[in-house]
Ligand binder design. Structure first.
Ligand code: SF4
Length: 301
């Protein structure tokens, strides 16, 4: 079956000639939206619980990578790997520290590059210069959190930055030739189709190389969990989510690789919606929506 969107997995396989998997690394970074640099509360939907049990920054970066690659190699044949600096904000340190971490990751056997997740207010010129220097010799992917292009929602979610800050940071990174992937959340409280399409259209004009789409869910330990348990607010159904995601991808050019169409959360951390537990159903619903509409990514770009 032809996949109706540009899967990042396929892009990597073609670029590297083999199966590429990401290995999550926790280098012990904090987040400026939690440590007081920007704010103390963190984003309203963010649950630290979702990060910490998955990773172990008491192990060195090399040890984490070797452990992760060992586990994945048992499941997948002929793989190479990207080190994925994921938890918290992975540029929130001096460039000397960042260089040391990235160098250590690249020195591990079978690591062919790295990806870093961070915030748009956490990549100064010095960090971009450093990343561009690494990108001259290896594969580097910068994942920047936008979540939504609606400033009012960003403020309500306590993101601590505006949509403009994201697009300005993404443009500076692209000017240096860096791969930039936007992380967005579909279904944030109070948002409607107008917001989702506004976000998708702005992203489609931003010359990005990737997008990672996450469904909104209420996670245990997040500030929103308390609010939701006190007074539940409306959440998207799976049918609504699939419909919005497909509409958003229709306006996004094919060259933008789709790294993810939904997020996954461990059962014990999920409060709602219930369908968030059933990743096979989400996959199926999205593919059926593409098929029902006879559509594909970029059809309306
Ligand atoms: S979602 Fe990211 S930016 Fe927001 S508090 Fe969590 S780690 Fe920090």
């Amino acid at each position: 079956m032809k996949i109706p969107y540009h899967r990042y997995k396929d892009y990597l396989e073609q670029a590297f000639g083999c199966n590429i998997r990401k290995v999550v690394v926790d280098a012990g970074f904090t987040c400026p939206n939690r440590d007081g640099t920007v704010s103390l509360g963190g984003c309203a939907y963010c649950s630290q619980q979702s990060f910490t049990p998955l990773t172990n920054h008491r192990l060195s970066i090399t040890e984490q990578l070797n452990k992760g690659m060992g586990n994945l190699s048992m499941r997948f044949e002929r793989c190479a790997f990207l080190a994925y600096f994921q938890p918290n904000s992975n540029t929130h340190a001096s460039t000397e520290t960042l260089r040391k971490f990235y160098d250590e990751a690249l020195a591990a056997d079978n690591i062919v590059g790295f990806a870093i997740g961070t915030r748009p207010d956490c990549i100064g010129e010095d960090v971009l210069d450093l990343l561009a220097e690494f990108a001259d010799r290896t594969y580097v992917q910068l994942e920047l959190g936008l979540q939504t292009a609606n400033d009012q929602t960003l403020a309500q979610m306590n993101r601590g930055h505006t949509a403009g800050a994201f697009f300005e940071a993404a443009a500076r990174a692209r000017q240096r030739g860096l791969n930039v992937c936007a992380h967005i959340i579909v279904g944030l409280p109070g948002e409607t189709e107008t917001d989702f399409m506004h976000t998708a259209r702005l992203l489609s004009e931003a010359d990005l190389t990737g997008v990672k789409i996450h469904n909104f869910y209420v996670a245990k330990g997040s500030p929103l969990a308390e609010k939701y348990c006190r007074e539940p607010f409306p959440l998207l159904t799976l049918a609504e989510y699939s419909s919005h995601v497909v509409s958003m991808l229709e306006v996004m050019p094919w060259k933008v690789c789709v790294q993810r169409l939904y997020g996954s959360v461990r059962n014990e951390n999920l409060i709602a919606p219930e369908w968030g537990r059933k990743t096979n159903l989400i996959d199926q619903a999205l593919l059926e929506e593409f098929s029902r509409r006879k559509t594909f990514q970029g059809r309306l770009a």
